[in-house]
Ligand binder design. Sequence first.
Ligand code: NAD
Ligand code: IPM
Ligand code: MN
Length: 368
Amino acid sequence: SDTHQLLLLPGDGIGPEIMAQAVKVLHWLRDHRGLNVELTEELVGGASLKAHDTPIRDEVIEQARHADAVLFGSVGDPAWKDAPFEKRPEVAILRLRKELGLYANLRPAKLFDALLSASALKPEVVRGLDLMIVRETVGGVYFGEPRGIETLPDGTKRGVNTEVYTTAEIERVARVAFELARQRDGRVCSVEKGNVMESGLLWREVVTSLHKAEYSDVTLTHMLADNCAMQLVRDPRQFDVMVTGNLFGDLLSDLASMLTGSLGMLPSATLGAENEHGKRAALYEPIHGSAPDIAGKGSANPLAQILSLAMLLRYSLNRPEDAELIERAVSGVLADGLRTADIAGEGDARATTEQMGEAVLKKMAAQA
Ligand code: NAD
Ligand code: IPM
Ligand code: MN
């Protein structure tokens, strides 16, 4: 079969530490399951700023465009906290999403049974949680014009960002959510603030008409974003698929992560449009950041990164068995009681990043 070209972008902070564990899994799949991959690694974020004075080089964007998939770690480094906007590590992920047209960010929040007591919620509220947040990632207030900081005549300043969504942008991401719902429990909740924002009003209108025209077999509900944050904590299992804009999706997915035990558990897939060969540009990354507070300590949870690799195998390489093998191994390791610090309870021994990665490998070998 063809060689799959994968671009690895570990980034900053804990990024390289957790990426190293995912790469071990890739090597294992290559050696034991006939996965035919060629891996290329590049610098992004603060690491690229240090070496090349830019958060991401144009040639890395081109490499990402031509790869079968991108596996991304995380970017962000306090060393650049006072740098001008274009000289910040985070520009790397924003440019990749924008320039590759990666508009649909799938953020599944699934609670592993073994982590029931690590959840921030009571077992009876959260047991069996399995929801999918579909976050729009190339529009909204992240990219709307006008934007910037200007100095006013009196010497004070004005910071501006603009929330913008077009019919086409809303429709294509809503389509992804409806399609996913058809493979799941058949329910979509669309989230906006149409009570105060015109972009939210349009969002609701476009999702409603797409539903009526093409997806009336799916159950569609609408919810205001503030209520949604509350409902996620009150009764998270009411949701199947949620579809929302860039900023609300960012906030609600970090919130949802704590229902599953930790931010260090949640993977994501960010997909672009299908090309003429039915292939989509795609990037896979944990939803968390570079965690500067624990970087270099070897204590980060690598499971969000490893589960992002599982999503890559499923969505981009059409290797569902390998994806399931990883997911079963993760579930097994957690059932054995292994815990990194973020998911450990009082009195639990704390595994290092490396120990968690090794345990997943061992479990894969045992279960294969
Ligand atoms: P963060 O997600 O990096 O960390 C928030 C908290 O969660 C920290 O206490 C951290 O230690 C913990 N945490 C995160 N991932 C963990 C893991 N795998 N294992 C154990 N604990 C984990 O958010 P932040 O601190 O607000 O941001 C730090 C930097 O990361 C910022 O520069 C931010 O812009 C950037 N960031 C990047 C991405 C990305 O690359 N896609 C995502 C979010 C934040
Ligand atoms: C995420 C991050 C990014 C976002 C930042 C680093 C640009 O928080 O991937 O969730 O806000 O999209
Ligand atoms: Mn975020």
